[in-house]
Design a protein around this ligand. Structure first.
Ligand code: HEM
Length: 494
């Protein structure tokens, strides 16, 4: 048999793949056509659950290369020396659309990087924005229910979307970015990436630093207007996938410069901005970007399902020298991804080649559906044991983190300033960008009820009077009307 000849899953030759076996030329089908049954039964199970968010995506392999020394801050071996290279796999995505959604939609973009390091996998599961809508993971399922389809109409709903966003003051910063010119990137190559959360670095001498990760596109930022996107989607729903695939196939390898911002562990007490609040940035004037290296994407996956659809990124995957932080959102994510992937791909999804560490690993877990390796053969399956099996590695424990305070459901919305940073971002925009922000906002919120529009304008006014005025004007509302509107705060949707 040569490798192109068709066999059953069990390896037997398939003599006829055109005609079902029937009783007589015009008779009913026979149950003994085992190939037909195998083919149909497999087909019936081809679809796996899509990711709850970030369902539509594109992936590529590449390399991370160190260009600057950051070893004083982290012991992570992937940063050990200038010139060192680590293989990576990156998956970009849109967030709210389903697996078949058009690419060129106004939305956040996912920017997830899997570093196959010699000390295990580091997944940096970020976005193209430095902040997020929320700072408490309790609200994440609500966010998704608000931006996805309405349970009654099965349509995306401006009411649901904007009702939710405008009731959360902390969302305004991210909403401002998504409604700005950067809210609709032209391609995945023409946008920046961010780890967004504050993470930690642990140095060789056991000191902790807080760190944020940034990736700046070497292709330059390019965006689409809503009108351009509308036309593009009419001609090509897969514009991001096509662009990434074809540019890599042409040998035009996209690149991003990698930077970090570093904060001393002790500085958190005196810094006026809560460094663990995912709705806020650390201004570069306070914490400048420190260059680290470069990532390049240079190889397309051979098989989309095997390598991109089955890819599983998990913020809980860190390596020695990189750690978490008290950011509540990050803490919530540490549970959610592995849990979602055990449902979406199965308990042994780490064995899928795109997800497997490229270094030796020895992970204790046994059995489970679809175990395809040797399952650690006859090795003992308990610890402690007398045979030196499954030894923990205390040299890699992190320095203790000081925690104080009472256990409670702390309401972070009290006494917090959620308006200064969106206001500053608004004032950074030139008049043309500000006008785009007004128009994009009006186009998106225009389908929502008036009291929701007015609530948003009032939030914008708290950030900057001109921001609120501009959105109001684009919606054809006067400031007087905004001020005098009495339905503000109503929750009833007619
Ligand atoms: C995907 C949960 C916040 C970036 C996902 C998935 C889940 C999830 C369950 C699907 C995972 C899978 O099936 O493989 C959450 C929760 C969050 C949160 C509970 C907050 C509490 C964030 C934030 C970012 C982010 C803040 C970025 C900074 C991503 C990306 C993906 C993703 C990029 C797609 C990964 C891929 O390409 O496979 N999220 N998420 N998420 N999330 Fe989140």
């Amino acid at each position: 048999m040569d490798q192109h000849q068709l066999t059953t899953r069990a390896g037997a030759p398939v003599p006829d793949n055109q005609n079902i076996m029937t009783a007589g030329q015009h008779g009913p089908a026979l149950l003994q056509d085992a190939w037909f049954l195998e083919k149909m039964a497999h087909f019936d199970r081809e679809v796996i659950p899509e990711r709850r968010m970030h369902a539509k995506g594109s992936g590529a392999y590449g390399t991370f290369k160190v260009t600057h020394d950051i070893t004083p801050y982290t012991r992570a071996k992937l940063f050990a020396e200038v010139g060192k290279e680590t293989p990576i796999f990156v998956r970009f995505s849109t967030v709210a659309g389903e697996r078949g959604a058009a690419d060129a939609e106004r939305d956040i973009r996912g920017f997830a990087i899997k570093f196959y390091t010699e000390e295990g996998i580091w997944d940096l599961v970020g976005n193209n924005t430095p902040v997020f809508f929320l700072r408490d993971p309790m609200k994440f399922p609500d966010l998704n229910h608000a931006v996805k389809r309405d349970p009654h109409t099965n349509l995306r709903s401006a009411d649901n979307n904007w009702d939710f966003w405008t009731l959360l003051p902390e969302a305004l910063h991210q909403v401002t970015i998504v409604m700005s010119d950067r809210g609709l990137p032209k391609t995945y190559r023409h946008m920046n990436g961010f780890g967004s959360h504050t993470f930690s670095f642990i140095s060789a001498n056991h000191k902790r630093y807080w760190v944020k990760f940034h990736f700046k596109t070497a292709q330059g930022i390019q965006n689409l207007s809503d009108q351009e996107a509308g036309l593009l989607i009419g001609a090509d729903r897969e514009s991001h996938q096509r662009d990434l695939l074809e540019s890599i196939a042409r040998g035009e390898f996209p690149k991003w410069k990698f930077f970090v911002q570093i904060m001393d562990e002790e500085a958190t007490a005196s810094y006026p901005i809560n460094p663990f609040d995912l709705t806020k940035v650390w201004p570069h004037a306070d914490y400048p970007l420190i260059p680290v290296g470069e990532i390049e994407l240079n190889r397309n996956p051979d098989n989309y399902f095997a390598e991109v659809e089955q890819a599983a990124f998990n913020p809980a995957h860190v390596v020695p020298g990189i750690g978490f932080s008290p950011d509540k959102m990050l803490q919530g994510r540490l549970f959610s991804y592995g849990d979602a992937q055990r449902y979406r791909l199965g308990v042994n999804h780490h064995q899928i080649p795109v997800n497997s560490p490229k270094c030796p690993y020895h992970a204790y877990h046994r059995d489970g559906a679809m175990r395809t390796d040797t399952n650690y053969g006859g090795a003992k399956s308990y610890e402690p044991n007398s045979f030196r099996e499954w030894q923990e590695q205390p040299d890699f424990s992190e320095p203790p983190l000081k925690i104080t305070g009472d256990a409670a459901h702390w309401n972070h919305r009290e006494d917090e300033d959620y308006y200064s940073q969106p206001g500053a971002l608004f004032r950074l925009m030139n008049p043309e960008q500000q006008q785009l922000l007004f128009n994009n906002t009006a186009a998106s919120i225009g389908g929502a009820q008036k009291f929701i529009q007015i609530r948003h304008i009032r939030n914008c006014i708290k950030a900057d009077l001109n921001y609120g005025k501009g959105v109001a004007a684009s919606l054809g509302l006067s400031l007087e009307e905004v001020n005098n509107f009495e339905g503000y705060g109503m929750y009833k949707i007619s």
